[in-house]
Design a protein around this ligand. Structure first.
Ligand code: E4P
Length: 215
């Protein structure tokens, strides 16, 4: 299972990378806007930190504009993956970009049939948004289960990125289902490592170690 970090914050990316925990990065316009920095240098810096796919979003509406934007984005760095919205125009753009060898990540997927279309268009990655489904009382992880079943049925090469992750249970369930990738916010990465019994255990062992006579 691969872990991507879902942030545009270079400090978070660096910390997660230094821990050896991440294989790639996903960003979106909301995450980029939080950084208050110029787009291109920020994305270039991220690409220099992580030797793996870095998703950045194309924001055009028409397929020809999405294709033009994606070509420009892909010139920033060889690891750029272009996020394309899950629309008909987006699917047309994915088809063209795939034929040109530009990696795509179809984003804002909320149904299994959308994921099926993304795979048929030749997307490199498909991103179901789990937390946002949970927010509107749909079980987000059910969608991941269905997408994995569909992709397995037909041996699609499109990789599933479980996105909009809000807590460690999302990561656990994604791992149990065999999802290819989870893209995880930094705070959730930290939560994954923590357990109160580990903290208590470490403290007790340290205390007892002090009681041992040492030459
Ligand atoms: C994924 O690529 C997106 O950047 C992200 O997971 C969106 O998550 P949100 O619902 O927390 O905004």
């Amino acid at each position: 299972m691969k872990f991507f970090i879902d942030t545009a914050n270079v400090e978070e990316i660096r910390k997660a990378h230094d821990m050896g925990l991440i294989d790639g990065v996903t960003t979106n316009p909301t995450l980029i806007s939080k950084e208050g920095r110029d787009f291109r240098p920020l994305v270039s810096e991220i690409c220099e930190i992580v030797d793996g796919p870095v998703s950045v979003e194309a924001v055009s509406a028409k397929s020809e504009d999405l294709v033009a934007e994606a070509r420009t984005l892909s010139e920033i760095h060889e690891n750029i993956v272009v996020k394309i919205p899950m629309t008909f125009e987006g699917l047309r753009a994915v088809r063209i970009l795939t034929s040109e060898g530009i990696a795509t990540n179809v984003t804002l997927i909320f149904s299994p049939t959308q994921a099926l279309l993304a795979a048929k268009a030749g997307a490199t990655y498909a991103s179901p948004f789990i937390g946002r489904l949970d927010d509107v009382s749909h079980v987000g992880m059910d969608l991941v289960e269905q997408i994995i079943a569909i992709y397995d049925n037909y041996d699609f090469n499109t990789l599933v990125i479980v996105a909009s992750i809000r807590n460690p249970i999302h990561v656990l369930e994604a791992a149990l289902m065999g999802a290819d990738i989870a893209t995880i916010p930094y705070t959730v990465l930290e939560q994954l490592a923590k357990h109160p019994l580990t903290d208590v255990g470490v403290e007790r062992f340290l205390d007892d170690w002090k009681k041992i006579p040492k030459k």
